[in-house]
Design a protein around this ligand. Structure first.
Ligand code: UT7
Length: 325
């Protein structure tokens, strides 16, 4: 009998400090940086974001999200045999945030590693976990996206600092006789490294280069709208399904205009698109599992629904996961 993987629990966590656009605009004004609620809402759809306290790391956010996902799946931490954390803002250079989280959870002994694919990190991590479950390398996995992007923002650069937030989302993925994950599709094109990056690196006890996020927003926007349609069509074809079979599109939450464009191309009404970018901003690898958990807990996404998860971001990376929830 074929072995599939299936999501059996979801969880998420946002740090308590919430800044509305008005809060952020006022804070930036004290540093001479000019922006407005109108600009942010009109260009991105973002109205608020959460920022973690200075002593809080990605693994701390991941821990809260993981505990909720485990509770929803009715599992204890020690039953987990695989932890994958998708993050571009790890606690340390090494070891992985997954190892740090594993110890905090008390799941010591299981396989644990990070996946680094920026805003596509969660779909990459889910694809790897699915493959490991299918081939018998794991049976009960925690797959998490966790980020503290506030740490890598340049608050003097209004073109980027208004866009991002912190948070974590988690799923428990278990071996199952029924699908589950129906199809996955991952891609990267490294020739676009420069359009979205944090170029600094550690060398000789110092950070060399600029350790803050740089983005050519328009270039990212143009690539994103093209590849999101391609990835969606690729997983539908692999699963022998059509757009009409999608109950919910849960895209990376970067910009409402990118989501609207993807929905239009897939002929999906916006009421089939899970939107949390207005309340969370862009939380990179955390955005898809955060959006999924919010939709599950709001009673929108129900057992048996067909979900299209789509990520896109730095690398340039992109991908999709089509699944039966
Ligand atoms: O998570 C990974 C994926 N990331 C993304 O998907 C991001 C993709 N890109 C985008 O979402 C959009 O390109 C942005 C939201 C980043 C920018 O929107 P845009 O419509 O492409 O604006 P723009 O860069 O063309 O800038 C338009 C104007 C410029 O002024 P001028 O040159 O027309 O006078 C900017 O200087 O808006 C100005 N501007 C701002 N004004 C007020 C840029 N940022 C701000 C700001 N407040 N925060």
């Amino acid at each position: 009998m074929r072995r599939y993987s299936r999501i059996t629990g979801t969880g998420s966590y946002l740090p308590p400090r919430r800044l509305t656009n008005a809060d952020l605009v006022a804070e930036l004004a004290t540093q001479g940086v000019e922006t407005s609620d109108d600009w942010i809402v009109e260009r991105t759809g973002i109205r608020a974001r959460h920022f973690a306290a200075p002593d809080v790391c990605s693994s701390d956010l991941a821990l809260e999200a993981a505990r909720k996902a485990l509770e929803a799946a009715k599992l204890q931490a020690h039953e987990i045999d695989l932890i994958i954390v998708a993050t571009s803002t790890p606690d340390m250079v090494f070891p992985s945030s997954a190892c740090i989280l594993q110890n905090k959870l008390g799941a010591n002994g299981c396989a644990a590693f990070d996946v680094h694919a920026v805003c596509s990190g969660f779909v990459y991590a889910l694809t790897v976990a699915d493959a490991m479950i299918q081939n018998g390398a794991a049976s009960k996995a925690l797959v998490i996206g966790a980020e503290v992007f506030s740490r890598i923002l340049d608050f003097k650069d209004r073109t980027t600092c208004v866009l991002f937030g912190d948070g974590a989302g988690a799923v428990v993925l278990e071996a199952s006789e029924t699908p589950g994950i129906l199809a996955t599709d991952l891609h990267a094109d490294g020739k676009h490294v420069g359009i979205l990056c944090v170029p600094g690196h550690v060398s000789g006890g110092a950070v060399l280069g600029d350790p803050v996020l740089k983005m050519d927003g328009q270039a990212v926007f143009k690539l994103a709208v093209g590849v999101l349609e391609d990835a969606a069509r690729a997983v539908l074809a692999k699963a022998n399904l059509t757009e009409a079979d999608i109950d919910w599109l849960i895209p990376h939450q970067a910009n409402i205009r990118i989501m609207q464009s993807t929905a239009r191309k897939l002929k999906l009404p916006m009421d089939k698109v899970v939107v949390t970018v207005d309340q969370h901003g862009n939380t990179s690898a955390a955005s898809i599992p955060l959006a999924l958990d919010h939709a599950v807990r709001a009673g929108k996404v129900k057992k048996g629904d067909t979900l299209m998860l789509e990520g896109v971001g730095g690398g340039f990376t992109w991908g999709a996961v089509l699944l039966n929830f």
